[in-house]
Write a protein that binds this ligand. Structure first.
Ligand code: GUN
Length: 316
């Protein structure tokens, strides 16, 4: 086996090359490392605020029910707050909670001057309207960037809170100086959380940005043909291993947003995370690729922390 193949084998086993020692054109976009450097910077900023006797950022996370995945994500967000010195409050409700009770809590958090950011973990149980809840969050505390005011500003290219996952992906592309200008980006998935805001950000007059964007979804007929034309692919439709090597052209940049849990008795948790990209066949063709785990996931959390810090600073 040649050195490049050996390297790729090590990457697949969880090893990540440093800037100095990767051997082939394919570079891993290391979200874990990049997120850590963002958290390190935030930690310094928080210490500075504390030294100056100023307010420390405070994130309030609302979790309804006890879905394993949502529990894990919210726990990771709360843990990250602790790591950088933010205050955080986790508010839990049974999955039978009435919408009005949840609404009352949002209004209470809106009116609490100590709370800078409000996050309601999605999805919510079917009897609750996510739209009503999202619309109830004060846009000045909307660190998820899901409120129509935040989305509207983002579409207009105005300063606002950018949804954490696409924001994290933009930060990752910037960190690795990935050239996006004039490139054809294919975004697979049209959710309000990832696909739609991602398509808007990549098409914006910004760096990263200035892409020509195609957005694909469940009714798109020729996804493979479109992907084969893509310089950049963002896979965000929640179908494990959907994007395979035969769908990707040479030197493409591939961003994998998928994080489907599948049973794995060899893991302590009992599951492993599978991305929307079939890494083994796609990675060797890429110029850049995100791994799962350790790619987009940690960047989503870093972006949420950045939004919460920004909200706090705007009030200080
Ligand atoms: N569910 C999946 N992704 C997200 C996210 O970024 N924010 C919230 N609140 N819920 C989610």
């Amino acid at each position: 086996m040649d050195a490049v193949a050996q390297q790729n084998k090590k990457i697949l086993a969880g090893w990540r090359p440093s800037d100095k020692n990767y051997l082939c054109a394919m570079q891993i976009l290391d979200g874990k490392k990049t997120a850590q450097s963002i958290k390190d910077e935030l930690k310094i900023e928080v210490a500075r605020l504390a030294n100056e006797g100023k307010k420390i950022p405070h994130l309030a996370a609302v979790l309804v029910g006890s879905s394993g995945a949502s529990e894990t994500y919210v726990a990771a967000k709360v843990k990250a707050c602790g790591e950088v010195g933010f205050k955080s409050t986790l508010i839990r409700f049974e999955d039978t909670v009435a919408e009005i009770k949840l609404m009352d809590k949002i209004i209470e958090l809106n009116n609490d001057p100590d709370v800078d950011g409000i996050l309601v973990q999605l999805p919510l149980p079917k009897h609750i309207s996510s739209e009503n809840i999202i619309n109830a969050v004060d846009p000045d505390k909307d660190v998820d960037g899901f409120h129509p005011v935040s989305i509207g500003k983002m579409v207009q290219g105005l300063p606002t809170f950018i949804p954490a996952t696409p924001h994290g992906i933009m930060l990752l592309l910037k960190h690795y100086k990935v050239d996006t200008r004039g490139k054809h980006a294919v975004v697979i998935g049209r959710s309000n959380i990832v696909g739609r805001p991602m398509s808007i950000l990549l098409s914006g007059n910004s760096n990263p940005g200035n892409c020509t964007v195609t957005i694909c979804h469940s009714q798109t007929k020729n996804i493979k043909e479109l992907c084969l034309q893509a310089d950049i692919i963002v896979a965000a439709m929640g179908k494990p291993g959907f994007v395979t090597g035969d769908m990707v052209k040479d030197d493409a940049v591939v961003i994998d947003v998928g994080i489907t849990r599948t049973a794995d008795s060899t893991k302590k948790s009992g599951y492993k995370l599978i991305g929307d990209v079939h890494f083994e066949s796609v990675a060797p063709k890429c110029s850049f690729i995100t791994p799962v785990p350790g790619g987009v996931g940690p960047m989503t959390i870093a972006a949420l922390l950045k939004n919460t810090y920004k909200s706090c600073i705007q009030k200080n």
